[in-house]
Design a protein around this ligand. Structure first.
Ligand SMILES: Nc1ncnc2c1ncn2[C@@H]1O[C@H](COP(=O)(O)OP(=O)(O)OP(=O)(O)O)[C@@H](O)[C@H]1O
Ligand SMILES: [Mg+2]
Length: 261
């Protein structure tokens, strides 16, 4: 079953008299249990694509389907409820609530969708610990580093066990080792729990955990990498594309140690 689907989705922004085709006729499926990395140059439409998938923006043409339900046909109130139950996301900015503690920020997501029991509180704590935030549970966001705040935002996106996980640059302010850990954790949860996940990342190394890589350019989905060898080559900076097919010898690459997920 396709959990997440874009059908010829186009989004045009109108700014200062000019039209920007931020997302241009994009079509794809993401299945349950699949983790996709969405990559592309700055301004290629990645954040806009995630906002369309989350139903935060309406496409000009085409449609987005989550669990085979078209978001465009839902009433606003239904869409809000649907999003709370089925979609988890982290934005480029963390958007943590400044006067709530780490634990409360994550539990907030459970409260919003009506889950309040002891078990779900335990789940929030377990997830925060898994993301390396034990000892920080009762701190306010202002008492955390940028990378720690980002991990809280990731916990908040996952805690209500959404079918769809959308993460926009979740590792942007993490050091390499921590970034690997966070993406490995996210990929592990998506695989174990059968979620469909899309992560935007500027760091190709983080794509090592992806099942497929979607490459965007100028609003278009120009390439999909799905073979394991292609994904590994991309993550190691070799980018086996028709334009740049330059196989490097292993000793010429600079590679970070990759922990096995
Ligand atoms: N609200 C907006 N109004 C007008 N144009 C916008 C708006 N948001 C984004 N754009 C334009 O749409 C295009 C795609 O933007 P988007 O934020 O989706 O790119 P991105 O791939 O996420 O980039 P980055 O890697 O820098 O985050 C860009 O040309 C951007 O300037
Ligand atoms: Mg962006």
């Amino acid at each position: 079953m396709s959990t997440l689907e874009a059908r010829a989705v186009t989004k045009i922004y109108h700014a200062n008299g000019a039209d920007v085709r931020a997302v241009d006729t994009v079509t794809f499926h993401v299945a349950a249990g699949e983790f996709v990395a969405l990559v592309g140059p700055s301004g290629s439409g990645k954040t806009t694509m995630l906002a369309l998938l989350a139903g935060l923006l309406q496409p000009d043409t085409g449609e987005v389907l989550v669990r085979e339900q078209s978001l465009g046909t839902m009433r606003k109130a239904d869409l809000t409820a649907f999003r709370l139950n089925h979609i988890g996301f982290t934005f480029q900015a963390n958007n943590l609530v400044p006067y709530l503690t780490v634990r409360e920020n994550v539990e907030l997501m459970l409260r919003l969708n009506g889950t309040r029991n002891q078990q779900s509180r335990a789940r929030a704590t377990e997830l925060l610990v898994r993301l390396g935030l034990d000892g920080r549970l009762d701190n306010l966001p202002s008492q955390l580093s940028g990378g720690q705040q980002q991990r809280v935002a990731i916990a908040r996106a996952l805690v209500h066990e959404p079918d769809i996980v959308l993460a926009d640059e979740p590792t942007a302010s993490l050091d390499t080792e921590r970034a690997y850990q966070v993406v490995a954790t996210m990929a592990g949860l998506i695989h174990e729990q059968g979620r469909a996940g899309i992560m935007v990342s500027h760091d190709p190394r983080m794509c090592i955990y992806a099942d497929r890589i979607f490459q965007m350019e100028d609003g278009r989905l120009v390439r999909v990498l799905s073979a394991r060898a292609e994904i590994e080559a991309f993550a190691h900076g070799l980018r086996p594309t028709p334009q740049q097919d330059a196989p490097a010898k292993p000793h010429e690459r600079s590679m970070e140690p990759v922990p096995t997920p």
